[in-house]
Design a protein around this ligand. Structure first.
Ligand SMILES: O=C(O)[C@H](O)[C@@H](O)[C@H](O)[C@H](O)COP(=O)(O)O
Length: 314
């Protein structure tokens, strides 16, 4: 079928390519003229036959909002917009209501698979009216991985991105668990072949998974991850998962800790631990480490090593 794709970056560009390989006609628009098929969003809409389908694959937040606003002006009754970015589900409900006033349909679609999706297919989580989702099924069929799984019509508008949000919360927790296990193995002297251990776990174990495969791939390139800084950004979905958990009074200790670990990774020094150090010093006279000349090790811990202080030293 024919579809417009707005945003031809790492995700949108590869998705357009997978759709073309699957026999669909894709008209792509990107702000970068060197990769765009048309000069403007208006041109894209004019190139499509009604009833049109336009897939938006731009960053969540303002870029998605302004694209949906512009499409609202350009499209007509009976057309449908898909937001395939990592939008907050609350925004979906707003976008759907705005477009519905003009008779334009809206489907939110969480997309997982990253840069591997072109080859392996993209897992898709959709929200919206059955009528709109059914119309887009040929597109979803081509984008999704082969086999029975990899697609869900999760519910009404917002359900797709809600499902993707929770998927990403789980992703945070799983990544953090692998990270902590790796750090402990590296820090101890007991296991001599850390990379080999991770690699061996890929077969037969309870924790075999694609994330484990990817970690082994990263360790193959850089066994002790010396080339990387321990610094991790977050795009929003982990935060939204934790916020939704608070709204529903659902305890999410693992996912929350994984999110907070990313925040901590961005601090060169910890203001909170300065307070802890200051208070230990105030009530117990425990040594503190000055900013200048800091070794980064606990100055009053015995030998500044990694063992906890003995009872008598507390
Ligand atoms: O399923 C996926 O393909 C991923 O979850 C992907 O959608 C994710 O958004 C980014 O990889 C970064 O997310 P963070 O910046 O939040 O780690």
């Amino acid at each position: 079928m024919q579809i417009g794709m707005v945003g031809l970056g790492k995700m949108g560009g590869n998705m357009a390519e997978r759709l073309r390989r699957g026999g669909h006609e894709v008209v792509g628009y990107d702000r970068d003229p060197s990769i765009s098929d048309v000069e403007s969003l208006k041109d894209l809409v004019e190139r499509l036959e009604a009833p049109r389908a336009v897939w938006v694959m731009v960053p969540a937040g303002k870029p998605t909002q302004s694209t949906v606003d512009d499409l609202g002006e350009l499209l007509s009754e009976g057309d449908v917009v898909v937001d395939g970015g990592n939008s907050h589900y609350v925004d979906d409900q707003k976008h759907a209501a705005e477009l519905a006033q003009r008779g334009i349909g809206f489907v939110d679609c969480g997309v997982s698979g990253g840069v591997w999706g072109l080859k392996n297919g993209y897992a898709l989580m959709c929200g919206g009216d059955k009528e709109h989702v059914d119309r887009l099924m040929p597109i979803f069929e081509t984008l999704k991985p082969e086999g029975e799984d990899g697609f869900v019509h999760a519910g009404d508008v917002g359900a797709g991105h809600f499902a993707k949000m929770v998927h990403n919360g789980i992703e945070y927790g799983m990544m953090q668990a692998f990270a902590e296990g790796w750090e402990l193995l590296e820090a101890s002297d007991v296991v001599k072949d850390v990379k080999g251990s991770f690699s061996s776990w890929r077969t037969g174990t309870v924790i075999r998974s694609w994330l484990l495969d990817l970690l082994v791939r990263a360790l193959d390139d850089d066994e002790h991850l010396d080339q990387l800084r321990g610094y991790a950004q977050d795009s929003g979905e982990g935060r939204w998962t934790v916020q939704a958990a608070v709204d529903h009074a659902v305890p999410l200790p693992v996912i929350t800790a994984a999110l907070y670990a990313r925040f901590a990774s961005r601090q060169d020094d910890s203001p909170a631990m300065k307070v802890v150090a200051a208070l230990r010093n105030q009530f117990g006279g425990h040594a503190i480490t000055a900013t200048e000349g800091s070794t980064g090790k606990g100055a009053d811990a015995p030998g500044a090593d990694v063992t906890p202080p003995k009872e008598t030293e507390r």
